[in-house]
Design a protein around this ligand. Structure first.
Ligand code: MN
Length: 451
């Protein structure tokens, strides 16, 4: 099968989920504004980008339905598939040549002229590459790591890398720095959805994200040797930037946007010296609108939810699903569903979810008769099943993520709400909810489109 972005673009075109924009668009703020305002709308293909030759696509995986279709699945199958792929990976395969290297630009490079990189926000200091899947290797073990980081385009062949210190790539940079070496990287732009999603998974350092991508694809990811770096890169990506992070060369970044839609100041980033850019003969540049915009929120949400669900299920097999809400920025608020919860199961699942990641600060536990993706049903569970005096758990000064807008000394108050049935509750059995006989209800629901 084709392992490229184009597979899904063709599919979205067929179903009317791809819209071509013919009006010339300015990379400075205008393109980003269109993507943000079209949040959940069709995938946008900007044919004419002012001052650049390559088209730009955005809002590719901006709904749960499109993420599912990108993987060839139904929405309800995505989380189980992600968990399976983390547990049973399929290692990549090295092939002699790939379309991502049809054209090779060696140095000298003018990245600003070559790449159609949008400038997103008024107070950010420059254009940012936001859909760059970074391949790197651990200087100690040689094990590969695949992740997304933001890169600001500087002059000439230089990028600035903005890497979260807690991410594996941050650890690899520190390990290279300890050896007084640069860290070689390759940034692949325009990838198959399986590669994008796999790059977001929270795994152990040393667990190759391409193994997860292969399991999601159902076949090994095809990689080619980099031209100027000792790394393997996706053979069917649109564009690959090869170079190295120089940890000792720091540059001030200024304000940067975060998933909550506000600016943060993280201090200096590190210089990337680019050695070559390779690409297809007719490359498509992919942009993921940053900030509080659906695609950015959803990609992270899927990964955090699957990782959290996998961790809880190891000790609580009756936990069914974890969902991160979009209003909770796809990062901070989770709904956990539990099958036939015993007394105390809700609180246990909530504590495990919060222990799994610093990000989560509101976790609601519900029965698995509630669809966690439907906020009205979750709110119904709060209204029908929560006893406020005993079901709301408040944990002050718990460890927070550095991004949290309410964090003080990297701590924040976390809230867990149990809205599950109790065994002695009238609502604990299905029959207590008024509806037609279950067989009729189930059949009508399945055949609803025929009425
Ligand atoms: Mn990793």
């Amino acid at each position: 099968m084709e392992q490229s972005l184009r597979t899904i673009l063709t599919e979205f075109e067929r179903t009317g989920d791809l819209h071509y924009v013919d009006r010339p668009v300015d990379l400075r703020y205008e393109l980003g504004a269109v993507l943000a305002l079209r949040g959940h709308g069709p995938t946008l293909f900007f044919r004419r980008v002012i001052g650049r030759d390559w088209p730009v696509i955005g809002n590719l995986l901006n709904s749960p339905g499109k993420i599912a279709r990108g993987l060839g699945l139904e929405p309800a199958q995505v989380q189980p598939a992600l968990i399976r792929a983390m547990e049973q990976g399929l290692p990549p395969e090295i092939v002699p040549e790939g379309r991502s290297q049809e054209v090779v630009h060696p140095e000298p490079l003018d990245l600003m002229r070559l790449l159609p990189v949008p400038t997103w926000f008024e107070r950010e200091s420059g254009p940012y590459i936001t859909a760059g899947v970074v391949v790197a290797k651990d200087p100690a073990s040689g094990r590969r790591n695949v992740s997304i980081a933001r890169f600001r385009v500087e002059g000439g062949n230089v990028l600035l890398a903005g890497i979260a210190p807690t991410h594996h790539l941050g650890e690899l940079v520190r390990r290279a720095q300890a050896r007084r070496m640069p860290l070689e990287i390759a940034i692949a732009i325009g990838n198959h959805p399986a590669v994008l999603l796999a790059s977001q998974m929270y795994l152990q350092l040393g667990h190759d994200e391409f193994d997860v991508a292969g399991a999601l694809l159902g076949e090994p990811v095809r990689l080619v040797h980099g031209r100027t770096v000792d790394l393997e890169v996706p053979a069917e990506a649109e564009i690959v930037i090869e170079g190295a992070i120089h940890p000792e060369e720091t540059m001030e970044e200024g304000l940067v946007s975060e998933f909550h839609g506000c600016y943060m100041a993280y201090g200096p980033g590190q210089a990337v010296r680019v050695r070559a850019v390779t690409h297809r003969r007719d490359p498509i540049y992919q942009a993921i609108a940053p900030g509080f915009v659906p695609e950015h929120l959803l990609l992270g949400a899927q990964a955090i939810a699957a990782t959290t669900c996998r961790a809880i299920r190891r000790v609580m097999p009756n936990v069914r699903q974890v969902h991160l809400t979009e209003g909770g920025m796809g990062r901070l608020h989770a709904i956990v569903t539990i099958h036939q919860p015993a007394p105390g199961d809700g609180k246990r699942a909530i504590m495990m979810a919060m222990a799994q990641t610093n990000l989560l600060k509101l976790v609601i536990a519900v029965d698995d008769d509630i669809d966690p993706t439907d906020w009205t049903q979750v709110e119904w569970a709060l209204a029908a099943r929560m006893k406020g005096h005993e079901d709301i758990m408040i944990i002050p000064e718990a460890r927070a993520d550095r991004c949290d807008l309410q964090a003080v000394n990297r701590t924040v108050t976390k809230v867990g709400i149990t809205a599950t049935t109790r065994p002695d509750d009238p609502q604990s059995s299905e029959t207590a909810r008024c509806r037609p006989p279950l067989d009729v209800w189930t059949r009508v629901r399945a055949e609803l489109d025929t009425y």
